[in-house]
Design a protein around this ligand. Structure first.
Ligand code: FAD
Length: 331
């Protein structure tokens, strides 16, 4: 029986392995990092992801990790704030735990995990799921970088996004009293304080105020440059199935990247196991992701206007939330 090779053990790669193994096709995952690690991510898990976690067979274990429950969304534009209740409960779980949970499930089903670089070109026509994350070099100049850390202290059930010129910082709870602090900012703004993120955060007054009762519990992590997708291109070859961020990277303010990764990973693993041509699989992904990509591009453009806070007040929060994610019908 043919084996599926998977590059990357993030949510997309593990979901692909679980889907292939569930169709009784062996899967081998190549992961270049030597072990579990923290990743730059807001760690906000959108309610639509719950069905995918259940389908991947990890829902009970997910709940056993005691993810934070997130029920309200707050958007801050300077001193203007927009708040609404989420249509359903969302969750906060560190990527250290989530990635570990999904990979353990894949291994339990029989996935072979090889620690080291995998190669994108497939040998002897073996299907390859490329789930190796973002790989979008950005031209020097106006580049955007991401950063993240964990704080400890009192938590609440809000996900908050503090917008400032060219970027934003998100604050929301994760498991065990952790508060995730994660954001994006233009290189110039970060360079102005020597990439010292405590200093950068302290300069964003409303964020500094929000974090005052908390204490930083780990080193800052940074990634970048980041380039967002607004369309999905064709696959490199008929046996290559790109999934997750390797397929397309949505602006993180949507909080839907993990959902997209698990969903497209699951679809890629299943398509590769059934030898469905990757063009067909990619066309299906394009159909699912077109709307959220378009909405996030429009919102990102709106964020450049000074009056965005007043504009946001006119748009129902639930609509804003739904427009940036794959519809439930597809999950
Ligand atoms: C600042 C920021 C904040 C975010 N916040 C959120 C959020 O709150 N909620 C949300 O849903 N999404 C968020 N996202 C998006 C989310 O992190 C991604 O969409 C998600 O991680 C994609 O998963 P993935 O499996 O595609 O890629 P990854 O999680 O990046 O996993 C890819 C894996 O592949 C491995 N790898 C790479 N190359 C190779 C190779 N050649 N061979 C073998 N292994 C390889 C890497 O080591 C890595 O483990 C955020 C992203 C950023 C940058």
């Amino acid at each position: 029986m043919h084996e599926i090779q998977i590059l990357g053990a993030g949510p997309a790669g593990s979901a692909a392995a679980i889907a292939a193994l569930s169709a009784s096709v062996p899967a081998r995952i190549f992961e270049r990092s030597s072990g579990r690690r923290h990743k730059v991510c807001g760690e906000f898990i959108t309610p639509e992801a719950c069905g995918v976690l259940a389908d991947l067979g990890v829902w009970d274990e997910f709940l056993a990790l005691r993810p934070a429950r997130i029920r309200r969304c707050m958007l801050h534009f300077g001193r203007t704030t927009k708040t609404w209740k989420l249509p359903e409960c969302a969750f906060g779980l560190s990527r250290y735990e989530l990635d570990g949970l999904l990979l353990r499930r894949a291994e339990t089903l029989g996935a072979l995990v090889v620690r080291g670089e995998g190669d994108a070109p497939n040998e002897a026509g073996k299907p390859v799921v490329v789930a190796s994350g973002r790989s979008t070099p950005a031209p020097k100049g106006n580049r955007i970088f991401g950063f993240k850390t964990h704080y400890t202290g009192p938590t609440d059930d809000h996900v908050e996004l503090f917008f400032f010129r060219g970027g934003y910082i998100g604050v929301s709870a994760a498991e065990n009293g952790i508060t995730n602090v994660c954001g994006l900012a233009p290189e110039g703004a970060l360079r102005a304080c020597g990439f010292r993120l405590d200093e950068f955060v302290a300069r964003q007054e409303p964020v500094a105020e929000r974090l005052r009762p908390l204490a930083r519990a780990m080193e800052w992590l940074t990634v970048g440059p980041l380039v967002f997708s607004n369309r999905i291109g064709p696959p490199a070859a008929p046996d290559i199935y790109p999934a997750g961020d390797a397929l397309g990277f949505i602006d993180p303010f949507t909080g839907s990247g993990i959902l997209n990764a698990m969903l497209t990973g699951r679809m890629a693993g299943s398509a590769a196991a059934r030898r469905i041509p990757s063009q067909e699989y990619v066309a299906r992904c394009r159909g699912l992701l077109e709307k959220p990509y378009r909405a996030s591009v429009l919102i990102r453009a709106a964020l450049k206007f000074d009056g965005v806070g007043y504009l946001a007040a006119l748009v129902p929060g639930r609509w804003l939330f739904r427009s940036t994610r794959i519809g439930r019908w597809a999950i």
